[in-house]
Each structure stands twice: as structure tokens, then as C-alpha cells.
Design a protein around this ligand. Structure first.
Ligand code: FES
Length: 165
């Protein structure tokens, strides 16, 4: 399900290891760089970093968790995660991202002031042929248009985040 994304990820992390060195001291700079570019650190990323630095994944999780700035902030009642990976990018994820940000009045990695919605980027969620794809909590939405995005926000605001948009 995540093979193309995994390959992209491995190439990206290998580039960072080349640049920053293969030692343990590169762990935090590598995580910071990935967090900065992707706005998140998912478990797959942490696994690949651990493998490439030849350290135990638990150590990577532990470092990422310890540094709150790496691991994110408390989440809202609903979490919208828009796939930011290549196929969804080509399918028009930027217009969906703009609609979500406009409608929510926040950026990615942020939570609305009322605590109702958190907006995040996701890596490939396996719906590459049906992009732009996103998750509303744990529910997958595909071929999402900017209008769909606005409807999804309205549903989340009405506490109906799992209803069809
Ligand atoms: S690129 Fe695979 S779901 Fe977006």
C-alpha cells in the first residue's frame, strides 16, 4: 500500500544521512528536517530513520516524543489529514488544502481555537489513484474537491465529522 511512498521516503532520508552523517548525532537534525518539510513524523518515517542510522526504532520514537516541537501538539475533536504525497499533489491537493485552510482559518499543523478541528498533512494513505485523498478521523475520503473540503469542515464543526460530504 505504501511502496512508492516508502521509496520516496527512503531516498529523502538517505539524502539527509549523506548530508548530516550516519551517526547518532544526526538523529535530531534529521527528524527536524523531515518534520519541517512534511509537517509530521509518522511511524514509517521513524522506522526508516532508525534503520538508516542503525539505531533501535524505540530510540527514535523516544526522541521524537521527548521533543514536543517534533512530535506535534494536542489534537482537536476531529482531525483532518490531507495526503500531501505525489499522486495527490498532481491530482490537485493544493486547491483542497487552500479550501481547508480558508474554511478553518488555520494552517496545517494547527487546531481551531474552539478545539474542534486539527488540520494535518498525511503521507500516502493508499488511495493514490483516487486523489486528492484525505482522512477525516479514521474515515477515508477520495477525489475530494474544494467544495467537498468545505462540506467536510462544516460537518466537523457540526460534530458530524464522519458523515458523507
Ligand atoms: S499519494 Fe497515495 S493517497 Fe495520496
Amino acid at each position: 500500500m505504501v511502496a512508492p511512498q516508502t521509496e520516496e521516503l527512503r531516498v529523502e532520508i538517505a539524502g539527509l544521512v549523506d548530508k548530516l552523517g550516519p551517526g547518532r548525532s544526526s538523529l535530531i537534525p534529521i527528524l527536524q528536517d523531515i518534520k519541517h518539510r512534511h509537517r509530521e513524523l509518522d511511524s514509517e518515517t521513524m522506522q526508516v530513520v532508525a534503520e538508516m542510522l542503525d539505531i533501535h526504532p524505540v530510540e527514535v520514537y523516544s526522541v521524537a516524543s521527548f521533543y514536543a516541537f517534533l512530535h506535534g501538539a494536542p489534537q482537536g475533536a476531529h482531525v483532518i489529514r490531507l495526503c500531501g504525497t505525489l499522486s495527490c499533489d498532481f491530482a490537485g491537493k493544493d486547491a483542497v488544502a487552500d479550501a481547508l485552510c480558508d474554511e478553518l482559518g488555520i494552517g496545517f499543523g494547527e487546531t481551531t481555537a474552539d478545539g474542534q478541528v486539527t488540520l494535518e498533512w498525511a503521507s500516502c494513505i493508499g488511495m493514490c489513484d483516487q486523489g486528492p485523498a484525505l482522512l477525516v478521523d479514521d474515515e477515508v475520503r477520495t477525489r475530494v474537491t474544494p467544495d467537498d473540503a468545505r462540506a467536510i469542515v462544516a460537518a466537523c464543526r457540526a460534530d458530524e465529522g464522519r458523515a458523507d460530504a
